[in-house]
Design a binder for this molecule. Structure first.
Ligand code: UD1
Ligand code: CA
Length: 496
């Protein structure tokens, strides 16, 4: 797309969006992991225009800050108190070089599905036909609310009339103005200077440029886009959800066509910036959000939400909620795992069932299989963390780190009280509370002999089901009663 690069794209985003009924500016509402304005800017950026301007007014500072974040090369232009799309465009032009020639596009910040390819096709049509104005139009069954495209008997576009200014005959026209245009930059400036506010809304209409250009004898053409979704704007939250669902449908389809298996497209949500490798499988009820990347041959889901995650080739992530973490080649996660930011699971490693991790690096082949919290930790390669363990990282004031070496075999129900360092090849007993560093090759245990207070339940809990069961078991063991020696019968049936 290096040929037919427009000189400038002006994105209009000054409107209020009252029907959203929101404290948040309309263009900052999101679908597919991006603001509406972010989608409009991404489509414009794809054309590599020499200049990109965004016109703001309502909630000016919030919108301007967002533009700086998502598209630093864009110029922010403030619209003054004069209303209308024509005035907005003029304010955008004012922030661009005065001698701006070539093709200038105008798009809307609240039209999120418009694609770079469509804009590019419009620019090509505009420039190859030598048009002064090209307006993107669509044929719709219900044109209510839109500007109608006026054509003469030869089919030539001669103007646009707004719904509120239209005659009943004009209102019957079903070709509508999408609000997306390509202009000759010089003509645009000249024509806007001639446009007034003498209309039903008292606004300076950009649509009037079409009639002015035609009146000056300059060629005006329509670029009809058949894909109606692309020109649809968001005015309320019903449309937000509708366009969000359609965007998702398109994204999911794109991945399937590129070689990803999506078992249930209807319950799979994938944000615009997500990338997925070939032969990955996405199971039902899965959301892949933000800047998540999925490697080839990975299996994700069902019932999994991943935000800004980096999942490498061949990994498996089942019923998991994770963000800002790395799962390396061939590793497995879940079911029922919670990965908080900065978790890093090594190749072929395992984070198993009911495991929570945070700021934890787990080496190649190491396993945290069951019921465990790993926070602020580094675990070497080939180590195993016993079930039901806690990395005790917080003393109520400070967070501390635990380091575990390679090839350790650590027991179930261990408490790793940080700061703590456990050397390579260490074993630990079940239920160990580790408060001291452990040198390589040691067995760590808390020696605290078990005491059995025989008869305690019979005496202290007489009459309970526990006491009754215990009495029966004790009676059965008494000498002379051979009605059921458990030990004996087991041994008797064992040929070894
Ligand atoms: C506009 C068109 C109409 C077209 C419709 C398509 C005009 C006069 N009418 O109507 O022909 O069918 O879009 O959706 O252009 N904006 C500003 N500053 C303003 C007013 C609007 O930046 O002073 C921005 C809005 O933020 C929005 C866009 O321009 O992104 C369109 O504004 P909106 O008020 O929705 O225009 P419509 O009246 O719907
Ligand atoms: Ca609108």
């Amino acid at each position: 797309m290096t040929d037919h690069r427009p000189t400038a794209v002006i994105v209009l985003a000054a409107g209020e969006g009252t029907r959203m009924k929101s404290a948040r500016p309309k263009v900052l509402h999101t679908i597919g992991g991006r603001s509406l304005l972010g989608h409009a800017l991404a489509a414009a950026q794809g054309l590599h225009p020499a200049h990109l301007a965004v016109v703001v007014r309502h909630e000016r500072d919030r919108v301007a800050e967002h533009v700086t974040q998502v598209c630093p090369e864009a110029v922010v232009a403030d619209q003054d108190e004069i209303k209308g799309t024509g005035r907005a465009t003029e304010c955008g032009l004012d922030q661009l070089p005065a001698d701006l020639g070539g093709t200038v596009l105008v798009t809307y910040g609240d039209v999120p599905l418009l694609e770079t390819e469509s804009l590019h096709a419009m620019v090509v049509a505009h420039e190859t036909s030598g048009s002064a104005v090209t307006v993107m139009t669509a044929h719709v069954s219900d044109p209510t609310g839109y500007g109608r495209v006026l054509r003469d008997e030869l089919g030539q576009v001669v103007g646009i009339v707004e719904q509120k200014d239209a005659t009943p005959q004009q209102r019957a026209i079903t070709e509508i103005n999408s609000g997306i245009y390509a202009f000759d930059g010089t003509l645009l400036r000249e024509a806007l200077a001639r446009v007034g506010t003498d209309n039903a809304q008292g606004e300076k209409y950009l649509t009037d440029v079409v009639g002015v250009a035609h009146g000056l004898g300059r060629p005006v053409n329509a670029f009809v886009l058949d894909d109606l979704w692309q020109t649809e704007g968001v005015n309320d939250r019903v449309q937000l959800a509708g366009l969000g669902a359609e965007l998702n449908r398109r994204i999911v389809e794109r991945h399937m066509r590129a070689g990803v298996t999506v078992v249930d497209p209807a319950t799979t949500w994938i944000d615009a910036q997500v990338s997925i490798g070939q032969d990955a499988t996405i199971l039902p009820n899965t959301q892949l959000l933000g800047a998540t990347t999925i490697g080839a041959d990975a299996t994700i889901g069902p019932d999994t939400t991943l935000t800004d995650m980096d999942i490498r080739d061949g990994a498996t992530v089942i019923r998991t909620h994770g963000s800002l973490s790395v799962i390396r080649e061939g590793a497995t996660v879940g079911p029922f795992a919670y990965l908080r930011p900065n978790s890093d699971l090594g190749p072929k490693g395992k984070i198993g069932t009911f495991v929570e991790t945070k700021n934890a690096t787990i080496g190649e082949g190491s396993k945290v299989p069951h019921l465990t919290y790993v926070g602020d930790a580094t675990i070497g390669v080939g180590s195993n963390i016993g079930a039901s363990s806690v990395f005790v990282n917080y003393d109520g004031v400070n967070k501390s780190h635990t380091t575990i070496g390679d090839h350790c075999r650590l027991g179930s129900d261990n408490m790793y009280v940080a700061p703590l360092t456990i050397g390579d090849g260490v074993y630990s007993g079940a239920g160990t509370v580790l408060r001291k560093n452990v040198p390589p090759g040691s067995l760590a245990i808390n020696v605290s002999p078990q005491r059995n207070l025989e008869g305690w339940v019979l005496e202290k809990r007489a009459g309970t089901a526990a006491a009754d069961a215990a009495s029966a078991a004790i009676r059965a063991q008494e000498p002379g009663d051979d009605s059921g020696s458990v030990e004996g019968s087991v041994e008797g049936s064992d040929p070894r």
